[in-house]
Design a protein around this ligand. Structure first.
Ligand code: GDP
Ligand code: IMO
Ligand code: MG
Length: 423
């Protein structure tokens, strides 16, 4: 397989987990390069549902190697529990098929407490984070005071560094009126997790260089989505990492010239969980999807906000990520509609935009300009080939791919592996 970066082209939850699982068949190695257990990637195999938070979605394919790259922020307690959950379901996670970067940063309980306390302090202006401590952990990384996996697995060094960090964090928590955390408890819990994880820890940068030199195919699993990127998203309503394609290089140590292809995953409509602008948000689409029991978050269970497909956003995502190929998921979610709207531009009064304005206050004022497409009103979930799809569904897919300025490669008509059409 060509070395492939897979990114979310919208606001997260595009169905990346499902598409990674499908593409892993042809890959040797799958690498997570950004984010932490704020991610929730759903894969359904043989009717069994798996929700992956930190472990790459390639883990469900025997014989493939999964790697947590240096760009990830890792909650060791969450990871050990995720590994145990997979073991219960019969999925093998061993040092032979799973590696953890020694330079990934570690998420601590004080990061989660600070995340919660800062959200509370923001009141109405909150971001709507997953409260997994992601922002404060990346904050410590950027401030050069964070602890990395190599610290976690070195007992003496860990005890000393943790002590200093807990003192500092507790002072911040006090300032926010939040409860302090216990150094003793964290030390005990994290030392136990370190004992489980130690044998998985490796220099993943060197490992990936040797693998690419040996022409092994690497799939880079993006987390979150383009508009949650710390630089390119709808700041400040974003996560704290580079979720876009460039993050695959910095978050894994594999250089740009080794990357062959970028695949953008997007839903046939739009969703977002958390606060911030969503120009095509629409009650009809929300009611339809929630009524079908769909679009509830895989990590926090929150109802996702839903809207029509936003081609201004996905076009922007093509530009920022260099998307070559598109995987469109959840086409079946639109099966019952007689007419489907697609946003092809934004407008503020008489001023038109065909790209996403960077200024969040301008974006918040943007009104979506729609083109209407006819619905197909046929169940697509059993289609397995392009020609099985109703002509109007094929036209819709061609239209949104055209508007996005990338080549349609995959259409997904259900959560299962088999519900995948290669175009
Ligand atoms: P991710 O974070 O990008 O991996 O996406 P999530 O797993 O959070 O959310 C995507 C949801 O859509 C999950 O419940 C998937 O099982 C589901 N899904 C993915 N593709 C399809 C599809 O084509 N049709 C249907 N009905 N569900 C899908
Ligand atoms: P996957 O990988 C959807 C959103 C949160 C919030 C903002 C910041 O499953 O697509 P954070 O906890 O990261 O500080 O929250 O980002 N968010 C996601 N939304 N899918 C995700 O991951 C997300 N990860 C974070 O809801 O708005
Ligand atoms: Mg998700």
């Amino acid at each position: 397989m060509a070395n492939t970066i897979l990114v979310g082209a919208q606001w997260g939850d595009e169905g990346k987990g499902k598409i990674i699982d499908v593409l892993t068949e042809d890959a040797d190695i799958v690498v997570r390069y950004a984010g932490g257990n704020n991610a929730g990637h759903t894969v359904i195999v043989g009717g069994q549902k798996f929700v992956l938070h930190l472990i790459p979605s390639g883990i469900l394919r025997p014989g493939k190697i999964c790697v947590i790259g240096n760009g990830v922020v890792l909650d060791p307690i969450g990871l050990v529990s995720e590994m145990a959950g997979l073991a219960k379901l019969g999925v093998k996670v061993t040092p032979d098929n799973f590696l953890i970067s020694e330079t990934a940063h570690v998420v601590f309980p004080y990061h989660r407490e600070l995340d919660g306390a800062r959200e509370l302090a923001k009141g109405k202006g909150k971001i709507g984070t997953t409260k997994r401590g992601i922002g404060p952990c990346y904050g410590d990384k950027a401030a050069r005071v964070g602890l990395r996996v190599s610290d976690l697995i070195s007992p003496e060094r860990f005890a000393a560094k943790l002590k200093a960090r807990v003192q500092d964090a507790n002072a911040h928590l006090k300032g926010l009126g939040a409860k302090p955390v216990s150094y003793k408890k964290i030390l005990a819990d994290y030392s136990a997790a370190a004992d489980v994880l130690r044998t998985y820890v490796a220099n993943t940068v060197v490992y990936l260089h040797e693998a690419t030199r040996a022409k092994r195919g690497v799939l880079f699993e993006g987390a979150q989505g383009t508009f949650l990127d710390i630089d390119h998203g709808t700041y400040p309503y974003v996560t704290s990492s580079n979720t876009t394609a460039g993050g695959a290089c910095t978050g894994s140590g594999v250089p740009p010239h080794k990357m062959d292809k970028v695949v953008g995953v997007m839903k046939a409509y739009t969703t977002r969980v958390g606060e911030g602008p969503l120009p095509t948000e629409n009650a009809q689409v929300s009611d339809l999807l929630h009524g079908m029991g769909r679009e509830f978050g895989a990590t926090t269970g929150r109802a996702r906000r839903c809207g029509w497909f936003d081609a201004v956003a996905t076009r922007h995502a093509t530009m920022v990520n260099g998307i070559d190929e598109l995987a469109v998921t959840n086409l079946d979610g639109l099966d019952t509609l007689a007419a489907i709207k697609v946003c092809t531009g934004y407008r503020v009064g008489a001023v038109k935009f065909d790209h996403l304005p960077n200024d969040i206050e301008v974006l918040a004022l943007c009104e979506a300009v729609y083109e209407e497409r006819p619905g197909w009103q046929v169940d697509t979930s059993k289609a397995r080939k392009w020609k099985d799809l109703p002509p109007k569904a094929r036209d819709y897919l061609k239209f949104i791919a055209d508007q996005t300025s990338a080549k349609l490669a995959i259409a997904s008509v259900g959560p299962g592996r088999e519900q995948t059409i290669f175009v």
